[in-house]
Design a protein around this ligand. Structure first.
Ligand code: PLP
Length: 418
């Protein structure tokens, strides 16, 4: 090992020590956790931030005159500001806390397709475009929104390699397009569409644009103010933060159009027996007691990522992915779902004549955790002509040695099972 490599290995060992869960054996082998697209692990800094809140500041927020309530409110609003900064939100943006990406996208699709004080934004005869690459969380809410409002759902199909083409989007866009919803990275295949250009094209055609950033936010710099993006959703547990926590960031003017999903405490201005008026953003969309320690943890996760730097994390995870993709592509009977997915941390593959669940089970017997199945993206895998896949996905704490163990494990599984 050269000196730089040694220094890098030492730095990685130090970083791994911040993730207690990694220091264990599973089935007699060191844990190689390669299921990060499903959920990343949490560093001590995030756990400690949440514990600090729960030990010292825990109380319900907003309107409390006592000290703890004020401190809790301060922690919650500081977390909001940290996360707004993290995704490059500008003065005309707002961040609404949600329980995750799924919750954010449901709030959005519901809010745009439901009439409240004003008319619904999505009207009969309008069109909603979603790509075929989407996780069910960015598809099913739009199916329901279309159904509710009498709009038509149109699907942006990929080419045979699972790549989205701008020309195809241009063909679908028209005067009736009200919403265009797109993922920043397909969780099932690892494909990263040219979302910057695609959102810009849809916005230029007059559509409201939605970016599902769940798979990108942990390693790609997402500057929401620089993108032609009206709404962006992401989850805490996919960025080294807590589960059950997420955010919907949007341009204020666009968020103002949402009919709230949750009516109740904290989101109202005044209430009579028969009517109510709603608070200003962001509280208007945050009815009920929020997960305050979750917000604190998610902000600590953002600080953890920024402390390392997203460019460094991106370089690390994409290098791990490239190593895995090269090794898998060289194996007989292995087909990669998205062979050219350069900016992704996900590699998804099928094995001729061998079921992914069997591959995953044999990998688990060697301490390697991967995900197998349809990855909540049934229409995409069906369209591409594949069934279930095996998916390995990488995070800042993964090592090249773990990738080697993955490759050895897949080779072994193919030998045993074929
Ligand atoms: N969108 C994408 C691209 C995802 O990968 C996932 C989860 O895997 C989701 C949305 C849903 O995220 P959550 O379960 O945190 O709501």
């Amino acid at each position: 090992m050269g000196e730089t490599q040694l220094a890098r290995a030492a730095a990685l060992a130090e970083l791994r020590a911040e993730f207690p869960v990694l220091a264990q054996n599973v089935n007699g082998a060191p844990l190689g956790y390669l299921d990060n697209a499903a959920t990343t692990q949490m560093p001590l800094a995030v756990m400690e931030a949440m514990q600090r809140f729960d030990r010292h500041d825990r109380a319900n927020i907003h309107r409390g005159v006592h000290t703890l309530s004020q401190r809790a409110t301060d922690r919650f609003e500081e977390a909001r500001e940290t996360l707004k900064h993290f995704v490059g939100a500008g003065a005309d943006h707002e961040l609404v806390f949600t329980s995750g990406t799924t919750d954010a996208l449901n709030m959005l699709a519901h809010g745009l397709s439901t009439a409240g004080i004003g008319d619904a934004t999505i009207k009969p005869g309008d069109e909603i475009i979603v790509s075929e690459l989407e996780h069910h969380a960015n598809l099913v809410p739009w199916q329901q929104a279309a159904r509710r409002s009498g709009a038509q759902l149109r699907i942006l199909r990929p080419d045979a390699q699972g790549r989205l083409q701008e020309d195809e989007l241009a063909r679908l866009l028209g005067p009736r397009t009200r919403v265009f919803a797109l993922t920043a990275c397909a969780n099932a295949t690892g494909e990263r569409p040219p979302y910057e250009a695609m959102l810009a094209r849809a916005a230029a055609a007059g559509a409201l644009t939605v970016l599902d950033a769940a798979q990108a936010v942990s390693h790609e710099t997402l500057d929401v103010a620089a993108l032609a993006c009206d709404f962006m959703a992401f989850s805490g547990h996919k960025m080294y933060g807590p589960m059950g926590m997420g955010a919907l960031v949007g341009r204020r003017a666009a968020l103002e159009r949402l009919e709230p999903l949750r009516y109740g405490g904290d989101m109202v201005e005044w209430v009579s027996r028969t009517d109510a008026s709603f608070a200003a953003l962001p509280m208007r969309l945050e009815g009920g007691t929020p997960n305050v320690s979750g917000a604190v943890g998610m902000a600590a996760a953002a600080s953890f990522i920024e402390g390392i730097g997203r460019e460094r994390i991106d370089a690390h995870v994409t290098a791990l992915r490239a190593q895995a993709a090269a090794g898998l592509a060289a194996m007989r009977g292995v087909t990669l779902m998205s062979p050219e997915a350069h900016r992704s941390a996900i590699v998804s593959f099928v094995t001729d004549g061998v079921h992914p669940h069997d591959v995953g089970t044999l990998l688990d017997a060697r301490g390697i955790a991967v995900r197998t199945g349809l990855h909540c993206a049934h229409p995409l895998l069906e369209y591409l002509g594949f069934g279930p896949t095996t998916r390995a996905s990488f995070a800042v704490y993964n090592t090249h040695d773990e990738v080697e163990r993955l490759l050895a494990g897949v080779t072994h599984a193919l030998e045993v099972l074929r």
